[in-house]
Design a protein around this ligand. Structure first.
Ligand code: PLP
Length: 405
């Protein structure tokens, strides 16, 4: 299984991003890790090989990516998968029928769908709880709980989970803490430092950063757990191809630079949105008005480019979504280009309407992934898109109050 190069671990983040896990290629000294397009490896004689037998189990391009991201997260082992969902699915194979998982109620819709629509049928049990308060995690733990899975900041409501608190509760009950770190990236949040046991990403997003591949990656510190995951990776086979691995590896070289710009643009646009809509309609963990801003400041070193806004109705959301030109209406996030989406009908369509209402994923909710373009151009684009926005109907109680005046 892939293990970080120990000598990579002392470097600063940017140096790790560029170099960790990669060494000049031995044949010609190519500085870039080659794309090892091969399914198998020639063996010198029976039982004698260079450590590679068949590419489902191991591929040098994939290994470079795994070592690189493991170093960035401060882990020891990395396992790359063919998608973020393939990664979560393989992680769940660490468990078995009868095992219970406590999961954040506001996770990516696809994660919820995998648990609720597929894994439940195999006898696994899930409780979906509001993980903003570790007490809710504690209350949901049973004697069969094997893991607590949280996504922070969460998609799309930007809720923050106290990682240290979650780790304490999980460990007290003998469970692992699994953290989806896709939104923050290791540049701004380092879950292992708060007690996480497994960290994973959809590499499709910030790690790759260029919207040109689909992938996932899991990072672990514990050797025994890592051996079990290597077995699953090889046995279940949800591995990425070498070219996708290479694209993700090229992406991580500039992760620290891109994240700075995502963060700067996120802050500028969030402030503009507050002026336009009022602080109560803008969900951005970097805003002092965010109810968990202090916690976000404690456990994150930056806030990134993800913002959600509440526009009140689907009609108002559609008005903005139709008029953007620099932002593109599309699913996904974390690329250099700015994207805008409608969670209720796109990323979270698989969450039932009742559950969406309960969570606050309304028809008026719009999610923005601020890219790395010029902030002025992004603001100008939103100015135009908001132009002529239909007036917001007062909320029901207010309407009745006004009518009775
Ligand atoms: C936070 C988060 N986790 C996991 C995933 C799943 O990743 P993928 O689309 O690469 O399968 C997504 C996808 O949007 C996501 O936003």
């Amino acid at each position: 299984m892939t293990r970080v190069f120990d000598e990579d671990l002392n470097a600063g983040f940017g140096t790790k991003a560029v170099h960790a896990g990669q060494r000049p290629e031995p044949l010609a000294g190519a500085i870039m890790t080659p794309v090892y397009l091969t399914s198998t490896y020639v063996q010198e004689e029976l039982g004698k090989n260079k450590g590679y037998e068949y590419a489902r189990g191991k591929n040098p391009t994939r290994e470079a990516l795994e070592r690189n991201v493991a170093a960035l997260e401060g882990a020891r082992h990395g396992f790359a998968f063919s998608s973020g969902m393939g990664c979560v699915d393989s992680l769940m194979k660490l468990f078995r029928s009868g095992d219970h998982i406590v999961c954040g109620e506001n996770v990516y819709g696809g994660t919820f769908r995998l648990f609720d629509k597929i894994l439940k049928n195999f006898g696994m049990e899930f409780s979906f709880v509001d993980t903003r308060d570790p007490k809710n995690i504690d209350a949901a733990m049973t004697k069969n709980t094997r893991a607590v899975l949280v996504e922070t900041p969460s998609n799309p409501l930007m809720r923050v989970t106290d990682l240290k608190g979650a780790a304490e509760v999980a460990h007290k009950g003998g469970a692992l803490l699994i953290v989806d770190n896709t939104f923050a990236s290791p540049v701004f949040q380092r879950p292992f430092e708060h007690g996480a046991d497994i960290v994973y990403h959809s590499t499709t997003k910030y790690l790759n950063g260029h919207s040109d591949m689909i992938g996932g990656i899991a990072l672990l510190k514990d050797d025994g757990l890592a051996e079990r995951l290597q077995f699953i990776l090889n046995a279940a086979g949800a591995v990425p191809g070498p070219f996708d691995s290479w694209l993700a590896l090229r992406g991580t070289k500039t992760l620290h630079l891109r994240m700075r710009q995502h963060d700067a643009n996120g802050r500028t646009i969030a402030r503009w949105l507050v002026d336009k809509l009022g602080a109560e309609s803008v969900m951005y963990v970097g805003l002092p008005s965010h109810p968990q801003h202090e916690l976000a400041r404690r456990q994150m070193s930056g806030f990134g480019g993800m913002i959600s806004i509440e526009l009140g109705t689907k009609e108002r959301a559609a008005h903005v979504l139709k008029r953007v030109r620099v932002f593109s209406l599309a699913e996904s996030l974390g690329g250099v280009e700015s994207l805008i989406s409608h969670p209720a009908t796109m990323t979270h369509a698989s969450v039932s309407p009742d559950m969406r209402v309960k969570l606050g994923i309304t028809d008026g909710l719009v999610r923005l992934s601020c890219g790395v373009e010029e902030a002025d151009d992004l603001v100008a684009d939103l100015e135009k898109a908001f132009d002529g926005l239909p007036k917001r109907e007062p909320a029901r109680g207010k309407r009745e109050e006004m009518a009775s005046r």
